[in-house]
Write a protein that binds this ligand. Structure first.
Ligand code: CA
Length: 173
């Protein structure tokens, strides 16, 4: 019987009260007009612990960004009303939203489109079809990269460099 000793001399796991996540889970806004893909993304992201908001409409996406300030936007290139590129430009132009990381999703794989996407301010780029596992690791990587506000790294991912990122930083100093 050593119940007394457990309550008296600090038991090893006594700090467990502070381990509950105080901050809410990161929120990802998925802007995609293919319903099946949206569902798949939402399912997988929620499984990873993200909160997910989805929309198929570019204008609505702008409203959601303004209202909810998501931690990351997953943005399809081809959208019915406003293109993903245009949306990325708008988000990056507005100082209330320009720090929200953007990952572009696209079926286009040409070099030119990658450059356009990055020029428009996308933080990363993924070409369809992609594995959700790869996408999630990219999302995690982008979110890990954003603690500093004005760290403007130009990243050129996926240019046959393998899974490791080889960032080309234009203004490292
Ligand atoms: Ca689309």
């Amino acid at each position: 019987m050593n119940l007394a000793s457990a309550s008296m001399s600090g038991s090893p796991g006594s700090s467990s009260t502070g381990t509950r996540p105080m901050k809410t889970q990161p929120q990802v806004l998925v802007v995609e007009d293919e319903a099946a893909l949206t569902t798949l993304l939402q399912y997988n992201l929620e499984k990873e612990g993200y909160r997910v908001t989805t929309t198929a409409d570019g204008e609505e996406a702008m409203m959601i960004v303004d209202e909810q300030q998501p931690d990351l936007v997953l943005l399809d290139w081809m959208l019915p009303s406003v293109t993903g590129i245009e949306l990325a430009r708008r988000l990056k132009r507005d100082e209330t939203t320009n720090e929200i990381p953007i990952i572009m999703l696209t079926a286009k794989s040409e070099e030119d489109n990658k450059i356009q996407g990055l020029d428009a301010g996308a933080d990363d780029y993924i070409t369809k079809p992609f594995s959700t596992r790869e996408l999630i690791s990219r999302i995690n990587a982008v979110l890990r990269r954003v603690p500093g506000h004005q760290h403007k790294a130009i990243l050129v991912p996926g240019l046959a460099l393998g899974p490791d990122r080889h960032p080309i930083t234009a203004d490292e100093r």
